[in-house]
Design a protein around this ligand. Structure first.
Ligand SMILES: [Zn+2]
Length: 459
């Protein structure tokens, strides 16, 4: 097991004035923010002073402060199968068929390493809240989500862990082999157990559970329907892949006789508790239906480009009234797990599609913060630097060669493709300090992850 015995979840501060930032993505906070008891207690305006008594001070003159970034789609285990020979030049279906047999060999030790690698990468990129979509449960890995919860607690990261599932194997006309699917009763019982055991409610929740049948080509309609019913009963959110590729649209036509959105509507999934990953291939009328149902969409620009899936029509979705967030997606289709770089990717892709006048760096940051908060149903407490919101912050320095000569400090973070936060605060605790996660032995993690990846890929 990874040795995190001496791991600390960051220093707790009672009241801290993060003072005089170089720039901040908030109105009326030119002199910074005061953080107290895990929330933002005060914005300090130009010429003002904090009214909170006895504040400690963190001098932020070299820092650009953003709301903590929120990642709304990932598959942590895929960090163990980055750049796998034979998968690199495939599109989605062939890519999945190449990787399923490798993923079928996942063990709890390998998963723990992969999850730690993914979460650490995200935190170091300025991410404070992440989701994960874990849907591979081979024999021996029945407690995969429990492994993820343990790592999240050790790292002090805010998470929405989605209990993924696959029950339609090749035998039943699906894509995955029999070795990675489970039966419906087992899946639903585990969903219930995970909510009973771990799901926190309320604005300060650190661990949440959601349900996530994998996709139309890996899950039966029965499991989709019964998962939606259970989510309704337990009041948790629902997630799945949808409208990612033209192959998926064809599959739905052949197997279900309708388009992907029609299919999930028949399964009871056009609901405000749903967010879907990708949304590349929605038609205009479908966007209006998504907006009416208040279904949110996660844009995964790097993965969509790597798998040549197409480009998510983000501006059209937003014009129709759909909330859009960002996701890095799994590390087999986007190796990096770096959310600030994903914002850069979204900025580039969407400008190429819609023009420079319609997409600014501020849009990219909005997708990575407020838009993502909407995806996970937490826009009232996360995604903004405002009084009473969570003290989840990402602080970037502009002291690297890539920024030298910058003008607008906020724009420079996105346009200069920042890749590493200097400091990250989660629920009022410093989770990243001077570019490192306190207590995490990074060289040791990398060595272990390389060993686990080699073993998994080698069989
Ligand atoms: Zn995915």
């Amino acid at each position: 097991m990874l040795d995190l015995a001496h791991f600390s979840t960051g220093r707790e501060v009672k009241s801290l004035w993060i003072k005089d930032p170089l720039a901040i993505l908030a109105d009326g906070a030119d002199r910074g923010v005061v953080v107290r008891n895990g929330i933002i207690a005060e914005l300090v305006p130009r010429g003002g002073m904090p009214t909170t008594p006895d504040v400690a001070i963190f001098e932020a003159a070299q820092h650009v402060i953003l709301p903590g970034l929120i990642n709304t789609h990932h598959h942590f285990y895929q960090t163990l199968t980055r750049a796998v020979a034979g998968a690199s030049d495939c599109e989605l279906f062939a890519w999945l068929k190449t990787l399923y047999p490798i993923w079928a060999r996942l063990t709890p030790d390998a998963l723990e390493s992969g999850v730690t690698t993914a979460m650490a990468s995200l935190m170091l990129s300025g991410c404070t809240t992440t989701t994960d979509h874990h849907y591979v449960f081979p024999p021996g890995l029945e407690n995969a989500i429990d492994v993820e919860v343990a790592v999240a607690r050790q790292l002090g990261m805010r998470v929405v862990l989605t209990r993924g599932s696959m029950n339609r194997s090749q035998r039943d006309g699906g894509l995955p082999p029999d070795s990675v699917v489970q039966d419906e009763d087992t899946i639903l019982a585990d969903c219930q157990r995970l909510v009973d055991t771990y799901h926190q409610r309320g604005p300060d929740a650190m661990i949440q559970i959601a349900f996530a049948p994998c996709s139309p080509f890996t899950v039966t309609a029965s499991l989709m329907k019964n998962t939606a019913a259970l989510a309704e009963k337990l009041d948790v959110r629902l997630h799945t892949h949808l409208a990612e590729t033209a192959d998926e649209t064809r599959y739905c036509g052949e197997v279900y006789g309708c388009r992907p959105l029609d299919y999930i509507e028949q399964c009871g999934w056009l609901s405000s508790r749903v967010w879907v990953a990708h949304g590349v291939h929605f038609l205009p009328a479908e966007m209006a239906r998504l907006a009416r149902a208040r279904v949110a969409v996660t844009h995964c620009p790097c993965s969509n480009q790597q798998l040549a899936a197409g480009h998510c029509p983000v501006c059209d979705l937003e014009a129709a009234g759909v909330r859009v967030g960002l996701g890095v997606d799994g590390s087999a289709s986007n190796e990096k797990s770096n959310l600030i770089e994903e914002a850069y990717g979204a900025w580039l892709v969407q400008r190429a599609r819609y023009g420079a006048g319609r997409v600014s760096y501020r849009d990219a940051l909005r997708w990575a913060t407020r838009g993502s908060a909407a995806c996970i149903g937490r826009e009232h407490e996360l995604g903004d630097i405002a009084v009473n919101k969570a003290a989840d912050l990402a602080l970037f320095k502009l002291d690297e060669l890539r920024f030298a000569g910058y003008g607008d400090a906020l724009a420079a973070v996105v346009q200069g493709s920042a890749h590493r936060a200097d400091r990250v605060m989660i629920a009022g605790r410093w989770a990243v300090e001077e570019g490192f996660i306190p207590g995490l032995d990074l060289p040791r993690l990398i060595a272990r992850q390389n060993e686990m990846g080699r073993r998994l890929q080698g069989g």
